[in-house]
Design a protein around this ligand. Sequence first.
Ligand code: AMP
Ligand code: TRP
Length: 331
Amino acid sequence: MATKPILVSGMQPSGRLHIGNYLGALKNFVELQDFGDYQCYFFIADLHSMTEPYEPSEKRRQIINLTADFLAAGIDPKKSVVFLQSLVPAHSELAWILNTITPMGELERMTQFKDKSARQEANVNAGLFTYPVLMAADILLYGTRVVPVGDDQLQHLELTRTVARKFNTRFGGTTFMEPKGLLTKTPRVMSLKDPSKKMSKSQPESCLFLDDEPEEIAAKIARAVTDSDTKIAYDPEKKPGLSNLLEIYAALTHLEPEAVAKEFSGATYAEFKKKLTSLVSSYFAEFRANKKKLMAKPNTLIKVLESGSKKAAKVADVKMAEVKKKVGLRA
Ligand code: AMP
Ligand code: TRP
């Protein structure tokens, strides 16, 4: 049997997942896994999450929580390799080697670095700066062809391609493949409070979290910023808040946002918001139930990560041996 092309993506264990993470990434992970065209690797980027301020006593819990999110959403460890970044030492090792060929200037251009360093002025650490190099290592170790992500990660993927090319040119051969990003129809879900900004866990009040209870979902959607017009229409320029809500509705029903706007053309904003509330609540009911069950057995989740990490390490170690030879560290 021919081997399938490799797909890799990761998420940071640094808070609860919101509907932007789901519609931009996680929902796609599950669909791509079930589609069966790729060998999928999904991992918890715990090393990346250390670049932001955090409480050591909470990190383990966040890792377990994100593993439960993955599985509750439908990622199946029998079909995909589910692993923990820090359990595969090759990620850190390759990141160091790639650091030595990555130009500072490329990293200085990264908008995520600029945003995060403005947000956490008191903690602009070197890890925040070289974050995209570790991400390049995550991807390049597995001979990855595609990387499903939200659009805020595309610049990092571009850097990954640049680094892969640089390595191949400097050390000869085709050690690394250049991966492509894969976006969903909703690669950038906007904040409920300020539709000019993307939904982000750094602003919890702007997010619909996947494990929000129906009352919280209702309250947040009722308060979501729209506009002073009364006519329902899909117009991201003039009606960004309403259009964001229409996009969420559309993504969960596999419709186009224009079609959703048409369906609600005679309705008031409040009526549409009510329908959206019941859609979101019922859509994630199974997720909430699955997650509760999974969280009751944290040891099972740890075992999933340990066994997935062994599988990932087998592949990564072979690539690492090739890299060490190429750069002259091994005979
Ligand atoms: P993070 O939580 O930053 O690790 O992000 C996990 C995944 O969710 C990445 O692929 C992001 O690009 C994606 N993502 C984060 N925020 C959004 C958003 N507001 N809309 C769409 N995708 C998002
Ligand atoms: N930087 C990504 C984010 O914040 C998470 C991530 C780390 C990732 N390594 C990756 C995503 C490799 C895709 C592939 O969302």
